[in-house]
Design a protein around this ligand. Structure first.
Ligand code: EPU
Length: 423
């Protein structure tokens, strides 16, 4: 276990190059299972979650070879169909192998992911959708067990809510189903567009990409392709909000401003100036931010994954902000840690009211999940004095070379063993 020791009151000045999106890369790795042969992914981020997904694919019989940001996945003609709890609990995205396994093997047994520190992580829509496609599917002894020995068939599925994971699982399964599948009220996050585009190049027939109505005509087989993962909008967004919190000037390279429209709009309202720059954009903040309200919603709404950073921004802003969280019931748990730095945050159900303070003060805090961890690091940069953030392994799940990036932006940060954990 390790922790970060951060000296506060440090502006961020410099450049960050964003790697491929975690939440795209993990699903593209699962999508590779649909085609026998070698899938090659470029711009795969060097993060723990990618390693865990790699281990899962190996367990299913694939051979993996990583070289820098390029990952080769060799998928044999016959793959295993079971994903154990020891792997799934480390990585909830592993539920994404469910759809490809049922489609390829006619059966799957995948451990239920369970909840985590951001709240419950239901899979009811994944299960109901596959059942409509003809799978005999049940949850037993902590596993989702699915069988479709005669193959899946197309169906019309109306999702109760535009779930990212359910849309992905059903989209992946539908590519090899007999007939046409319609997914209505589908999620339309950029990562889903990325997956759909790779699948199309593999030979899948998908209409309505980027909309909430996906129409997939099943094909007999898919062929492996080479694909470059889209830039990580959560990493880009984290550094953009970081520049607004700590003040300074950060050029964010390999970033898609069009994937962050609402986030950049909120930062502009908070007083930041945002300019397009080579392969990305630049964020400048030269004064104390103004409080801005946000409401998290499925894309193109404000992303829940950047909510903790916006709460942190509000904590140092002038005025009072209201933040509404609509996706995860536990996503405000981290405000107790932010309060240790002096933030004034009150939560009531899925609302938080944040009264901005002129200055936070450094203290020991604990990162409870990846995004909460990132928010605490940004808070530490703005606080007066020293902050020690433990639980850095959560940040390693999604932020490649975190300390290197912070150093390049001029922050004073040290990574060290967590003595509390050694005891
Ligand atoms: N939900 C259900 N039943 C379902 C599916 C979802 O109740 O069958 C609920 C969930 O419990 C949750 C909400 O719907 O409360 C949203 O879930 P969704 O399926 O949209 O999210 P996810 O696929 O579990 C992905 C990202 C999250 C991101 C959300 C929302 C990955 C690996 N994870 O999760 O990213 O917050 O979409 O955009 O893609 C992160 O990267 O830190 C992260 C948590």
């Amino acid at each position: 276990m390790e922790r970060l020791r951060i000296q506060g009151r440090s502006h961020l000045v410099g450049e960050v190059t964003v790697s491929g999106a975690k939440n795209s890369a993990l699903k593209l790795m699962a999508a590779a299972l649909l085609a026998q042969g070698t899938t090659v992914l470029h711009e795969v981020p060097d993060i723990l979650d990618v390693r865990y997904m790699g281990e899962l694919l190996q367990r299913l019989g694939c051979r993996l070879d990583a070289d820098g940001g390029t990952l080769r996945i060799d998928v044999p003609s016959s793959i295993e169909y079971e994903a154990d709890y020891d792997l799934v609990r480390r990585l909830r995205a592993s539920i994404t192998v469910l759809g490809p396994l049922v489609a390829r093997c006619g059966r799957a047994k995948v451990a239920l992911p369970g909840g985590d520190s951001i709240g419950s992580r239901g899979v009811g829509m994944h299960v109901a959708g596959l059942a409509r496609m003809g799978a005999d599917i049940r949850v037993e002894h902590g596993f989702v067990v699915a069988e479709a020995s005669g193959g899946l068939h197309g169906s019309t599925i109306l999702l109760d809510f535009p779930s990212v994971g359910a849309t992905e699982n059903l989209l992946l399964a539908a590519t090899l189903a007999k007939g046409t599948t319609v997914i209505d009220n589908a999620a339309r996050e950029p990562e889903i567009v990325d997956i759909a585009e790779m699948l199309s190049r593999m030979g899948a027939k998908i209409g309505g990409i980027g909309t909430s109505l996906l129409e997939i005509e099943g094909v007999e087989a898919l062929a492996p392709v080479e694909h470059t993962v889209i830039p990580d909008r959560m990493v880009a967004g984290t550094w953009a909000i970081g520049a607004a919190i700590a003040g300074g000037r950060v050029a964010i390279r390999n970033a898609r401003a069009d994937h962050l429209e609402i986030v950049l709009d909120k930062l502009t309202r908070a007083g930041a100036s945002i300019q397009p720059a080579a392969t990305g954009f630049e964020v400048r903040m030269e004064r104390r931010p103004q409080a801005v309200d946000i409401v998290t919603l499925p894309y193109p709404g404000f992303p829940t994954d950047l909510q903790p950073m916006m709460v942190t921004l509000a904590a140092v802003s002038e005025g009072t902000a209201m933040v509404t969280e609509n996706l995860f019931d536990g996503r405000f748990r981290f405000v107790q840690e932010l309060a240790r730095l002096g933030a004034d945050v009150r939560t009531d159900g899925h609302h938080a009211v944040i009264r901005g303070m002129p200055l936070l003060s450094g203290a020991p805090v604990d990162a409870t999940d990846i995004r909460a961890g990132a928010a605490l690091v940004l808070a530490a940069l703005a606080a007066e004095g020293e902050t020690v953030v433990s639980g850095v392994h959560h940040l390693d799940r999604g932020y490649p070379d975190l300390v290197g990036v912070l150093h390049r932006l001029g922050a004073q940060v040290m990574r060290e063993p967590d003595a509390e954990f050694r005891r």
